[in-house]
Every structure is written in structure tokens, then in C-alpha cells.
Design a protein around this ligand. Structure first.
Ligand code: ADE
Ligand code: ZN
Length: 337
């Protein structure tokens, strides 16, 4: 199964670039930028990366991102992640970045987006990994601040495919961002959002009804509301599920209790993703491997998940079809007898 997963062509649809920041690279960039970080060793980092909840993680994640200063830092961070994609047979990835985490420290929007997108262009050429960027608004900040970010993004519009909503969910419902999503859609961005990770099903309803989202990041808590499950299926909207994130942030106690298979059996379209791989103990393949083992997923299940990752990506219909065919061909020659 491990080998089957490792060679399976797939896409990743839920990845925060700041969450791919591995400790060794964090030390290196902190050193060249002359910035002190509160850890001296990898052991100290491992100790700090034990989280009780989403907020607990976010405090450390924003601190880690604060060593990123120059365009080259954003380039190096992104290219390192894209190299891992190539190694894992991730053919396409949709990368979230949090501009406000950087602009509020005085780093320009241009520095952030230029560094990230240059790495994406080079990875397309050198590694044959395609990517789209998702600009995520931080939901603990105001809608006015999100509007400022939307405005800053406009000169770089052709580099950004979609908008997202992340950070502290509880107490920050999607409705808080109603106007800025409306404006973002008008500018041509595709609306996506985290919903139902820690927040209630009502937040998922709001994300669908008010923000008009086309994909739900996490969405685990939809299972508390049968009508919501029906609605998500009816609208053919996918959930970007992140198994190792869910256990790391204690959204799910144990992988064996993870609802992924239940979601599939209900008819929900789900995909497997790493969220913040440097913080949650595994890249996307590790997520596939561990959830397969915990839930006893079959090769057919894994193939459905990989096909969903292309089907519910933001790729053109033509590219979706080409990639889905790759998965079908792969399965044809790697079927269990
Ligand atoms: N930012 C980075 N990872 C996140 C997550 N899992 N939920 C909300 N915001 C995030
Ligand atoms: Zn996320």
C-alpha cells in the first residue's frame, strides 16, 4: 500500500505555504536574516509543536512565519515545498498564502507574491508540478483589513486564482467577510474558505450561502447536520480533509476515529491533504499512508480520493481529464489480483 500510495498521481488542494516551513529551513533563514527564534534545537521545536487546539498552533505558526523577510525567503520556502510535491507524485497543488501575516510586519504584498510565484513558475518548468495560488484572508482580523489586502492584490491578479479564509475559526463566522467576498468574486477570484474545522455547521451554511464558496476546507463538522450534508452533496462541493492536522489539533482524537470513510460512504466528495505539513507530522503521502492504515482503506478508495483531488481542483476541464486518466491508467496496472 505504501508503494501504491507513493506512486499514485495526485493533487494537493489544502496547503498553507507558511505551514510547510521545516525547522531546518527556519533556522537557516532566521540566521541569514539575523532574527532570533525561541528554539535552539530541533528537539526544542518538537516539544513546542504539541498543540491542544487550533489557536495553540496558530500562535506558533505566525511566530515561525515572522523570519520570512525577503523575496528570496518566500522563493526558497515555496520551492522546497514544490520539490517535495515532485518527490510524492503530486502533479498539481493549490497553495494558500496569508498575505496579512507578512504585510502587518511591514513586508510588501509584492515581495510575498513575487517570491512565491517565481518558485511556482520554476517548478512548472523544472519539476513538472503545476500550481495555483489561493490568497487567504485572516479571519481574526477585520473585514476592512481583508479589503485592504484585496486591493493590494489587484496588480498581481493574474498570479492568484482564488481567495480563502483561515486562522481562528471560533467567533469569526464567514458572514463577517460577506462584502469582501462579494468584491473578490467581482474581481474574478474563486471563493473558498475554511469552515467547520472547529466551528459549528452554521459556519459551513454561511460559507455556502453568504460567501458562495466552491470548496470547503476541512468541513468535518458538517456531519452534525444531515441537511447540510445533503446540501453539500447536491451542490457537488468537495471537502479538503486533512487527517494528520485533525489529530494534531485534536479535532479528532485518534485517526482510527477519523470520519473520512464515513464521509465517502455518505456520498461526500473528499480529498486528502497535509494543511501544515511541517507542523503536523507529515506531507500529503504520509496523510494517505496513515489514514489508509487507520481506516483500512482499499486501493479503490485511494483511487477515488486521488481522482477527487483532480476533479475538485481549479484546473481546466481538459487538465482534470488528463490527470484523471493518469490515475485510471495507474490503477489499471497496479490493481490487486
Ligand atoms: N492556518 C494554517 N493552518 C490552518 C488551519 N488548519 N486552520 C485555520 N487556519 C490555518
Ligand atoms: Zn488549513
Amino acid at each position: 500500500m505504501k508503494n501504491f500510495i507513493e506512486n499514485l498521481p495526485k493533487a494537493e488542494l489544502h496547503l498553507h505555504i507558511e505551514g510547510s516551513f521545516e525547522p531546518a529551513q527556519m533556522f537557516e533563514i532566521a540566521k541569514r536574516n539575523n532574527i532570533q527564534i525561541p528554539y535552539k534545537t530541533v528537539e526544542e521545536i518538537e516539544e513546542a509543536y504539541k498543540f491542544d487546539c487550533l489557536q495553540d498552533f496558530l500562535d506558533i505558526y505566525y511566530q515561525g512565519a515572522s523570519v520570512l523577510i525577503h523575496e528570496q525567503d518566500f522563493y526558497d520556502l515555496t520551492y522546497s515545498y514544490l520539490k517535495k510535491c515532485a518527490e510524492q507524485n503530486v502533479r498539481h497543488t493549490e497553495i494558500m498564502f496569508d498575505p496579512q501575516t507578512h504585510t502587518e510586519r511591514g513586508i510588501t504584498f509584492k515581495t510575498v507574491v513575487t517570491g512565491i510565484s517565481k518558485a511556482c513558475e520554476d517548478a512548472k518548468k523544472n519539476l513538472n508540478v503545476s500550481s495555483y495560488l489561493i490568497m487567504s484572508f485572516l479571519r481574526h482580523l477585520s473585514e476592512e483589513d481583508a479589503f485592504k489586502t484585496l486591493k493590494e492584490s489587484l496588480p498581481f491578479k493574474e498570479k492568484i486564482k482564488a481567495v480563502g479564509l483561515d486562522s481562528s475559526e471560533k467567533g469569526n463566522p464567514p458572514s463577517k467577510f460577506k462584502n469582501v467576498y462579494k468584491a473578490a468574486i467581482k474581481e474574478g477570484y474563486i471563493p473558498l474558505a475554511h469552515a467547520g474545522e472547529e466551528g459549528p455547521p452554521e459556519y459551513i451554511w454561511e460559507a455556502l450561502d453568504i460567501l458562495k464558496i466552491k470548496r470547503i476546507d476541512h468541513g468535518n463538522n458538517c456531519l452534525q447536520d444531515d441537511n447540510l450534508v445533503k446540501e453539500i452533496i447536491q451542490q457537488d462541493i468537495a471537502l479538503t480533509v486533512c487527517p494528520l492536522s485533525n489529530t494534531a489539533l485534536q479535532v479528532v482524537k485518534d485517526l482510527k476515529e477519523h470520519p473520512l470513510k464515513k464521509m465517502m460512504d455518505l456520498g461526500l466528495k473528499v480529498t486528502i491533504n497535509s494543511d501544515d505539513p511541517a507542523y503536523f507530522g507529515g506531507q500529503v503521502n504520509q496523510n494517505y499512508i496513515e489514514i489508509q492504515k487507520a481506516l483500512g482503506l482499499s486501493r479503490e478508495d485511494l483511487v477515488i480520493l486521488a481522482k477527487n483531488s483532480f476533479q475538485y481542483s481549479l484546473l481546466s476541464e481538459d487538465m482534470k481529464m488528463k490527470n484523471i486518466k493518469l490515475v485510471d491508467d495507474y490503477f489499471e496496472i497496479n490493481k490487486e489480483l
